[in-house]
Ligand binder design. Structure first.
Ligand code: X8Z
Ligand code: ZN
Length: 599
């Protein structure tokens, strides 16, 4: 990708390159000036986006105008011809630059490619279209039987309801939002592709993948390998779930593929709430707590490892709980974390309710926040205040989420009584229904769909057909009824709209998290990876901080090798679930498998 990128740049700007000799001091002066302006514009744009995501008022365009104004200013600067030429000029003499300077200049060009001034009109249209898509997605009023319901309400029904008629109704209601998002998505596909093409990327998928220093083909090969390695386990889980759910819903004939409305999640990406482990019923304990407890308890876990308390501004400025009933505004209902100024203003946007799913999500978001805090230090310049790669950023909090549901941890915290009997296989099954079930969704359905959309020019008339073709192939999930092209079920998923072409981040993050967890359990705690207690262990905290503190100033592959001794590998994840594999095969004896063994 890099080659293509520079080929494009040279073509566009060859005539303007200065031949002045460059020095590291000159490069540094440029980086410093750029950074000062960059941080200002980034802050202004973050504030506008924060307002636009936390207070969506129908018919009020105040936020939209601010998002456009600040977004355009940010784009004009980052994509300016002058900044591109300068960065490119310095990079012609890489040997004269320090590694840190080289990385920052590469970042400057990476940001530029999303906002080239040469296509300012397209960039402007994209900023407007992106904000309008987000407002439509999160301003949407879900309705069941004519009554407004929230995303949390929908999720609660899909988790607990056993009446299939009611489940179908709620599942269908959850997909209605996609209908109005389809034109916007098609428009954004064009705008996103065209903006990055102006600086030589093949398409927006290619652009996003290049942040890993990889080509799209390399990323697809990696992702497919992971998917294939997890396939035997997923195939057992899929077979098991078809039979168990048929029994749960009192359906005599076991379906070949899982009807989407049978699953306890809108996209079938996490089935863990299918199982309640006796003696470790975290969900019912958490339901007796407050939403505030969930977030505070997450912070307490991080603090026990030696992380600082969250700054007072986090509690003042975050938007952690659902909008009050009857509020005249809606808010983004998907969890996120924000580094507002690339300094100390860290926030999270959530709609926490006291249950196991939000407990996991709160841990996840705090992982982002503690990552921000760790790399906000004098050795990491603002332009490199990012994860070692995007997947690391996702992995940290998810790792803590995994650690926080293991039995010894829960016993230690007094969430479950010490010494309570519980079935280890059931606990492992519950985890697999979360972590293993997620892989075909993230590495399969989502990634393949977005690749098809951005890189392979998926025709507008095949958007929904493609989505369901992939859901069937990878997840073994089918729609409950015919879903024609009047629907755009993919667009009901947040990331398809506002975090485009990046969902492989999450698949990779799960692989990384099991690698880190395996290392922590075996080499630091000397505990069984399936039964750990991280709580209070400062050495674990140090291990995590050492990964987080350098941000993007270190190469992500080198970090993994240095910290775990191995390359990226799904082995630790597979080993973790190995005992479950045997058990599932036993359970599934005599049952019909419908998923192909190989993808
Ligand atoms: O989107 C998220 C985070 C964003 S910071 C809450 N996750 C993925 C999803 O919900 O689809 C976490 C894991 C998967
Ligand atoms: Zn995240």
């Amino acid at each position: 990708m890099k080659n293509l990128f520079f080929a494009g740049l040279l073509l566009t700007f060859a005539a303007c390159n200065s031949n002045k000799p460059v020095s590291s001091a000159e490069a540094q002066a440029f980086i410093d000036t750029y950074t000062e302006e960059y941080v200002k514009l980034y802050m202004a744009s973050s504030e506008a986006q924060w307002a636009s995501n936390t207070k969506i008022i129908e018919g009020d365009s105040t936020n939209a105008k601010e998002v456009e104004r600040t977004g355009e200013a940010y784009a004009a600067f980052t994509g300016s011809k002058e900044n591109i030429e300068k960065a490119q000029g310095f990079l012609k003499n890489r040997s004269k630059l320090s590694a840190l300077q080289e990385k920052q200049l590469d970042k400057i060009l990476y940001y530029a490619a999303n906002n080239p001034q040469t296509v300012a009109g397209l960039v402007k249209a994209r900023i407007k279209a992106e904000n309008s898509q987000t407002e439509k997605l999160f301003g949407f009023d879900f309705k069941v039987d004519g009554r407004s319901v929230t995303a949390n309400d929908i999720d609660n029904v899909l988790r607990d309801e056993t009446d299939l008629v009611r489940r179908l109704k709620v599942w269908e209601a959850s997909k209605e939002v996609g209908v109005g998002l389809k034109p916007g998505l098609l428009n954004l596909r064009e705008l996103r592709n065209q903006t990055v093409q102006a600086l030589g990327y093949k398409n927006y998928f290619d652009y996003q993948v290049s942040d890993y220093g990889m080509s799209s083909n390399e990323m697809m090969a990696l992702i497919q390998k992971i998917n294939q390695e997890l396939r035997p386990l997923y195939r057992e889980l899929h077979t098991y779930a078809r039979y168990e759910l048929a029994q749960k819903y009192n359906v005599k004939e076991v379906p070949e593929y899982l009807p989407a409305h049978w699953l306890p999640n809108r996209w079938g990406q996490d089935w863990s709430s299918m199982i309640t482990v006796k003696g470790m019923d975290l969900d019912s304990v958490l339901k007796t707590k407050s939403a505030e407890y969930i977030v505070k308890d997450g912070e307490d876990f991080y603090k026990s490892l030696g992380f600082d308390a969250l700054p007072a501004s986090f509690w003042q400025k975050s938007s952690l709980y659902p909008a009050p009933a009857g509020a005249n505004y809606k808010k983004n209902n998907h969890a996120s974390a924000w580094h507002m100024d690339l300094q100390d203003d860290v926030r999270s946007l959530m709609s926490v309710e006291p249950n196991a799913e939000w407990y996991e999500t709160a841990n996840h978001e705090l992982g982002h926040v503690y990552y921000y805090m760790a790399y906000t230090n004098k050795d990491v310049p603002p332009l490199l205040r990012e994860g070692a790669n995007r997947a690391y950023h996702e992995a940290m909090g998810s790792l803590m989420g995994l650690a926080s549901v293991q039995k010894p941890f829960l016993e230690n915290k007094g969430i479950i009584p010490a010494g309570a009997q519980s079935d280890e296989i059931q606990a492992l099954l519950k985890e697999a229904l979360n972590y293993a079930v997620f892989i075909p969704f993230s590495a399969g359905t989502m990634t393949e769909f977005e690749k098809s959309l951005y890189a392979d020019n998926l025709p507008a008339g095949q958007i929904n057909a493609k989505w369901w073709e992939l859901a069937k192939k990878y997840q073994g999930i089918v729609p409950p009824t015919e879903r024609g092209e009047n629907f755009a079920d993919a667009a009901s998923k947040t990331h398809i709209n506002d975090d485009a072409a990046q969902y492989y981040d999450y698949a990779l993050s799960f692989v990384i998290l099991f690698q880190l967890h395996d290392h922590i359990a075996k080499n630091i705690l000397k505990q069984d990876p399936k039964a750990t207690n991280y709580y209070g262990n400062k050495e674990v905290g140090k291990f995590l901080k050492d990964i987080m503190a350098p941000g993007a100033s270190k190469d992500w592959k080198a970090v993994l090798k240095e910290k775990t001794g191995s390359e990226l590998s799904a082995r630790p994840m597979l080993n973790y679930f190995e005992p479950l594999m045997q058990w599932l095969k036993e359970q599934n004896k005599g049952r019909t498998y419908t998923l192909a063994e190989k993808i």
